[in-house]
Write a protein that binds this ligand. Structure first.
Ligand code: ARG
Length: 460
């Protein structure tokens, strides 16, 4: 006879291959705290509705606490033959408090139980992501504050374009991460819905109070449709999408750190704590932390894609395919948490090299737009001013000079509109300082951005 909890109708035990294939306890034991919390809320609700006596519910709750103690101390006997975290916990409960343990599952199915546990787990993770995102944004804003006067070449197509302040460049990431944080907080509203009471799929004949369970576990409300409640995993998809965008944003800055650490750029010196050497080339200092983070984006996108594929075409309601929701989420969760922490540490210690950025500014004709604007301000139509400046750039390039290194006489060859004041217009500091429109790189705009971000960070 089968020894399984569900073994009543079975004549023989599960094959060893099948047992190994089907078990999830090796990884879903990560949800043990959530499983115990959900069961405690369920037991108390059963008592409130007169399905258990108060005394029975309290003995079950005490037993569940003891189970959790055993898990935390490391003496809990995890057994693969009990398949998943839910049946391991219930089995142990019954060993500890006797047949009363068998009453806990009244009016409940593992289908609504696992959905609740996983929602609790995902909600905690999203909370942590939100907190870590805020911590990282704080570092971006702090580093920006140190570099309001540091200028570097802003690029389009990775070609030198116009000068920007390093503060403005760093704040661009702060704004991306703020949106990520808001996305996570918004997703949380849809995660924090309790499916308990949906039972297997159709609801139950017991007079349960799902809203009471929802309140007890700290969720905002209970499910509206039992079939949806046990089979919906869009809360996982949404969370994995949030994680994917976070990783995409981090990978963009990683790419810049990697480029900037190359001596041809030399804009940053990597902190020793976040770099590694080579076993053969003694001179090497490699940006491995940034490279690993850029690479790990693949795992998180993979989790999202995998999960989208698991739910595609699944008929209602619960299908065992859904057990495949946990590992991708756990992996993405680990990756996002670690990446946010590593990025905050690395950025905090990154040594920026304003001198190298300044040198680069003088090499890419980053003030060409300024010259065109200067001529336009003198009444030259912009298209013509653009053309004149292009010729001046070609000439300067042939002379191995920057625009500001040409003499006024040399400049006058291209247009009679050139005057002495052109050299002020060509200064990189001037180019940045004049861009004070909303969201521009000018110092006033940057100060406004920092104030706005700081205010947002203080809320909550
Ligand atoms: N371990 C299962 C999962 O993660 C729990 C639910 C199992 N339900 C069932 N009817 N077999 O999905």
């Amino acid at each position: 006879m089968s020894t399984k909890m569900w073994g009543g109708r079975f004549g023989e035990g599960t094959g060893a291959l099948m047992e190994a294939y089907s078990e999830s306890v090796s990884y879903d034991k990560r949800m043990c705290r959530q499983d115990v919390a959900g069961s405690k809320a369920h037991a108390r609700m059963l008592a409130r509705r007169g399905i258990l006596t108060n005394e029975e519910a309290e003995r079950i709750v005490a037993g569940l606490d003891q189970v959790l103690d055993e898990i935390e101390v490391g003496v809990f006997p995890w057994r693969v033959e009990f398949e998943d975290v839910h049946m391991n916990v219930e089995q142990r409960l019954t060993e500890l408090i006797g047949p009363l343990g068998g009453k806990l599952h009244t009016g409940r199915s593992r289908n609504d139980q696992v959905a609740l546990d996983f929602r609790l787990y995902v909600a905690e993770s999203l909370d942590v992501w939100g907190r870590l995102l805020r911590e990282l944004i704080t570092v971006f804003v702090a580093r920006a504050g140190e570099h309001q006067d540091t200028l570097l070449p802003g690029c389009t197509h990775l070609q030198p374009a116009q000068p920007v302040s390093l503060a403005h460049h760093l704040l661009a990431y702060a704004w991306m991460l703020k949106r990520d944080c808001e996305r996570v907080e918004d997703a949380l509203r849809r995660v924090r819905i309790s499916p308990l009471g949906a039972a297997a799929l159709a609801g139950t004949t017991y007079p349960l109070d799902p809203a009471m369970v929802a309140r007890a576990v700290g969720f905002s409300h209970a499910f509206a449709n039992s079939m949806d409640a046990v089979s919906d995993r869009d809360f996982v998809l949404e969370s994995l999408f949030c994680a994917s965008v976070v990783m995409a944003h981090l990978s963009r800055f990683c790419e810049e750190i990697i480029l900037w650490a190359n001596p041809r750029f030399g804009y940053v010196a990597l902190p020793d704590a976040y770099a590694t050497g080579s076993s053969i080339m003694p001179q090497k200092k490699n940006p491995d932390a940034a490279e690993l983070m850029r690479g790990r984006v693949g795992r998180v996108y993979g989790s999202l894609m995998g999960m989208l594929t698991v739910v595609k075409g699944l008929p209602l309601t619960y299908n065992r395919d859904l057990q495949e929701d946990k590992e991708p989420f756990f992996d993405a969760d680990d990756t996002v948490r670690a990446s946010l922490r590593v990025m905050a540490g690395m950025l905090g210690e990154l040594a920026f090299r304003p001198d190298r950025m300044r040198e680069a500014l003088a090499q890419g004709f980053l003030n060409a737009t300024e010259l065109a604007d200067y001529l336009a301000a003198k009444g030259v139509p912009f298209r013509e001013a653009h053309h004149i400046t292009g010729r001046a750039v070609a000439y300067a390039e042939s002379q191995g000079k920057a625009l500001e290194q040409l003499t006024l006489d040399e400049l006058l060859v291209f247009s009679p509109a050139m005057g002495d004041d052109v050299f002020e217009a060509l200064r990189y500091e001037t180019a940045v300082a004049r861009r004070n429109g909303p969201g521009g790189t000018g110092p006033e705009s940057v100060t406004t951005q920092m104030a706005e971000l700081s205010r947002w960070l203080q809320k909550r």
